[in-house]
Design a protein. Structure first.
Length: 397
């Protein structure tokens, strides 16, 4: 790490350098850190002490975008993972990818860094961290509900967290607006979830108990997992792929039912056409997640989709039903509004006339008062003139 490598953008080290090897690299980061975009220290037998050293070195890497610490041993590294979280928050980092694949992370470790990672990483890979249970996922769920969460891709491949874990994750997805894809992959065994676990996800993605709850459902998330078996028995609901495709309780599963086969618009007629922009906005929000994406081992999309044409037809159908149902009510409302406006105008004219009449009465009263005062003054002046005339007559005689 001499001065000739000061503009190094990628650093990838493999070879089990261990904690001691990481310590020997620490000083070099002050030179290369400002330009570094990718740091890959995967498969290097790094433990808690080495992770703490890495975090110290990361202070010199303000522009880092990708951090790969996969296949190290963080089973006893809750302190180091906590330091990693603190660094992310303190330096206001925005990592595009953080790879912690197969690091032996347990519930304590996940709790230590969940908040910092959720708020400062776009992609997080926690695959094959088998020690994480529903308890740890609850902490991650809390972080996902944060308004500042920016996590877009979360990888939980080969994770046997079961129904409890699914329910814990679903709780975080309910209030999350950033996550775009939650990845599952379990090539060797079936995902250890029953319909209870899948129903938890289904409720979050599409709560059909009411129109309002459907509107408030998570319209951004996409569930994705691989099924590596060539032949799939479509009658076997224990298979994750088949359950998602043919779930008897939720026939179309997830976002497909968000649109509702038939929207009864009568409920909204009392708001007249004021509701129409809200309905359009709701469909726009639902559009990105109107299907549950499932991919096979060849990355082919397998079912539960709704074409753009079908979705647009659903939108137009709902809008037509609303406008058709609202037309007469709108006419009646318009007539009532016109009558109301006319009444208001008449009341306004009446008030103006009353005000004018009052002003005229006041003017008449003022005029009468002036006339009375003038008449009184005329009488007084007349008496003065008569008195003066008598005085002059006395002098002449």
């Amino acid at each position: 790490m001499s001065s000739g490598t000061t503009k190094l953008k990628e650093l990838r080290l493999f070879g089990a350098i261990g904690d001691i090897g990481v310590a020997s690299l620490e000083n070099g980061f002050a030179t290369i850190g400002p330009f570094l975009k990718t740091l890959d220290l995967g498969c290097n037998s790094i433990g808690n002490d080495g992770l703490m050293t890495v975090v110290i070195a990361l202070a010199d890497c303000p522009g880092l975008e990708i951090l790969d610490l996969s296949k190290n041993d963080f089973s006893l590294a809750a302190a180091g993972l906590g330091s990693l979280s603190h660094w992310l928050q303190r330096d206001q980092m925005k990592l595009k990818e953080l790879d912690l694949f197969e690091c032996g992370i347990n519930d304590d470790g996940l709790q230590a860094f969940a908040e910092g990672v959720a708020n400062h990483c776009e992609g997080l890979n926690l695959s094959i961290n088998d020690s994480i249970t529903a308890t740890g996922l609850i902490h991650l769920s809390h972080a996902l509900r944060s308004e500042s969460c920016c996590l877009q891709h979360l990888y939980l491949n080969f994770m046997d967290f079961g129904d409890d874990g699914a329910e814990a994750l679903a709780g975080g997805l309910a209030g999350n607006q950033s996550l775009r894809c939650l990845h599952f992959d379990n090539a060797d065994t079936n995902l250890p979830m029953t319909p209870i676990g899948w129903s938890a996800f289904s409720t979050v993605l599409c709560d059909t108990s009411s129109i309002n709850n459907t509107y408030l459902s998570n319209h951004t998330i996409e569930l994705s997992w691989d099924d590596h078996y060539e032949d799939v028995d479509e009658d076997d609901e224990s298979r994750p792929l088949v359950y998602a495709r043919l779930n008897k309780e939720h026939p179309q599963h997830a976002a497909k039912c968000k649109s509702h086969p038939h929207l009864d618009m009568k409920t909204f007629l009392r708001w007249d056409l004021k509701f129409l922009p809200l309905a359009v906005a709701w469909f726009e929000r639902a559009k990105p997640a109107r299907s549950l994406t499932i991919r096979d081992s060849k990355r082919r999309v397998l079912g539960l989709g709704e074409s753009d044409e079908a979705f647009q037809s659903r939108v137009l159908s709902a809008m037509y039903e609303f406008v058709r149902g609202a037309s007469m009510d709108v006419v009646k409302s318009r007539k009532a509004l016109t009558d109301d406006e006319e009444n208001k105008r008449l009341m306004k004219d009446k008030k103006r006339l009353l005000k004018d009449n009052k002003r005229l009465r006041e003017d008449v009263e003022q005029r009468d008062g002036k006339i009375a005062r003038l008449e009184k003054e005329n009488k007084r002046l007349g008496k003065i003139i008569e008195s003066a005339k008598r005085s002059l007559s006395g002098l002449e005689s």
